[in-house]
Ligand binder design. Sequence first.
Ligand SMILES: Cc1ncc(COP(=O)(O)O)c(C=O)c1O
Length: 384
Amino acid sequence: MNISNRVNQIGKSAIHEMTRLSKQYEDVAFLSWAKPTTGTPKHINDAVINAIKQGLTGGYSQSEGLPELREEVVKKLKRDNNIEANISQIIVTVGAIEGLAASVMATIDPGDEVILPTPTYSTHITHVKLASGIPVLIPLNEEKDFALDIDAVKKAITPKTKAIMFCSPSNPTGTVFPEEILRKLAEIALDNNLVIITDEAYEYFTFDDARHFSIASIPEIRKNVITNYTFTKTYAMTGWRIGYLHADEEIISQIKKAHIPFAICAPVASQYAAIAALKGSQDCIKEYRNHYLNARNLMCERLDRLNSIFQYVKPQGSYLMFPKILGETGKDSFAFSKKLLNDIQVSTTPGIEFGPTGESHIRLSFCVPEDMINNAFDRMEKYL
Ligand SMILES: Cc1ncc(COP(=O)(O)O)c(C=O)c1O
């Protein structure tokens, strides 16, 4: 079989491997899910049922998405992200994932370098590789709560650097990059004419004093930024596959060329769900956030009781955390995760999935019911 180098270079995903392995067991305590476990709110489901009954969902929409949805997105961007946009700067996408893929395809040529602070969401690295770009992984500073090291970004820039790509709040570390750091990053991007591709999937889930800041809200840098958002996390809509991106018109018309051959348009039924999500009550966001905050605190308490095994940075956002495994056993995170699964049926995600600096860590998800967290930690306390 003639397989492209583009695809051939992409290794097996540890996440998928762990999912496959966990299917052997019946009673698994899952701390590996990065998807909300609450169902989509009823008013969103009802609105889609209505749209289906009215025969609105059987055809394609405009490739950039229904105008009504893009109008709602524009209002949301102004209200929650401090971004003044218009509907011609929005593309509705098949989740944030397809938006990110289209963003990379539209901006990265073979051999172009993309700076990614790591540990990071592994799919971003895959996106760059699929475009035959070169991922340049710079480490976040774990000693300083996984802070973005601005000097490391500057040092990593070469004549081939085209873009910087990151998620904040972060999957897997739960770090929220503060406004002052993002302002410095914007300056560097402007000085070097770099594109900034952001993934703001967890924008509403920040804790304590952390505040989400969208770098595209800085007017001077807006032309260089492509911002990707999703309904997946905010409204527990994982399976609807719906998100959107914002960029300047000039880039949008190019991204559209990449979006169309992969998607034509986002699923139209899901676009109606998205309209209902944006127009309806936003109470669910508060509820989810409170649940994640309590679950984070519980997970930290349980980790404190295992402080000879794990050391962690308290996450300020998302619903994920990334404890370091102390000692020799932690050196191989994949082996460690497999051991937990095979011996006590606790499912975690090996840190190596998130770049080389993720080794010796596991990713734990606290978007699960508190019982699941207690169950997993009861088992680990007995075992470790
Ligand atoms: C940082 C990040 N971006 C994007 C996604 C996927 O989003 P979507 O379902 O909108 O494609 C995830 C899912 O886990 C994620 O953690």
